[in-house]
Design a protein around this ligand. Structure first.
Ligand code: E4P
Length: 217
């Protein structure tokens, strides 16, 4: 199971990379815009910190424009995965980019049919949005499970990237149903690392040790 960081914030990327748990980074136009920095510069900065897939999303609308933009983005760093929206033009873009050996991450996936079409077009990753599916009262994890099962049945190489993760249970459930990757917002790692029994256990060990040391004197 690979953990990607779902952010364009360099400070956070450095913080969690130091924990030794980050296999890649996903960005989207919203996350880059939030940082108020130049897109290309930030992607290159991320590439200096993380040795793994970095998703950078096209922002143009037509296949011709997305193909041209995707080719440019792919030159920014050796680990770029061009993120392409799940549209008709997006499928054409994936086909064209993958024919040139450019890896892609098809984003905004909300159904099994979309995921299968993206895989058939040659997507390296598909990103079903778990949280946004839950938001409209459907089951995001069930969608991940369906896609994983169907990809395995038919032998698709495309990896399933569980996106729009909102809480640690989404991460655990994504693993439980066999997602290849989960892309996780930075603050969730703080929740995932903590457990009240670890905190209380550590406090009690420290208190016992302090008492023992005092008795030795
Ligand atoms: C990552 O690839 C997606 O863009 C991201 O996970 C979307 O998350 P959100 O639904 O919280 O915006």
């Amino acid at each position: 199971m690979k953990f990607f960081l779902d952010t364009a914030n360099l400070k956070d990327i450095k913080k969690y990379a130091a924990w030794g748990i980050i296999d890649g980074v996903t960005t989207n136009p919203t996350l880059v815009a939030r940082e108020g920095v130049d897109f290309e510069t930030r992607i290159k900065e991320i590439g200096e910190v993380i040795d793994g897939p970095i998703s950078a999303e096209v922002t143009e609308g037509s296949a011709e424009e997305m193909i041209a933009q995707g080719k440019e983005i792919a030159k920014w760093h050796k680990n770029i995965f061009v993120k392409v929206p799940m549209t008709e033009d997006g499928l054409k873009t994936v086909k064209a980019l993958s024919a040139e050996g450019i890896r892609t991450n098809v984003t905004l996936v909300f159904s099994v049919t979309q995921a299968v079409m993206a895989a058939k077009a040659g997507a390296t990753f598909v990103s079903p949005f778990v949280g946004r599916v839950d938001d409209i009262s459907y089951d995001g994890i069930e969608l991940i499970a369906d896609i994983v099962g169907i990809f395995r049945t038919y032998g698709f190489d495309t990896e399933v990237l569980s996106a729009s993760i909102r809480h640690p249970k989404h991460v655990v459930d994504s693993m439980r149903v066999g997602a290849d990757i989960a892309t996780i917002p930075p603050n969730l790692f703080d929740k995932m690392v903590k457990h009240p029994l670890t905190t209380s256990g550590l406090a009690s060990f420290a208190a016992d040790w302090k008492k023992f040391q005092a008795e030795q004197q």
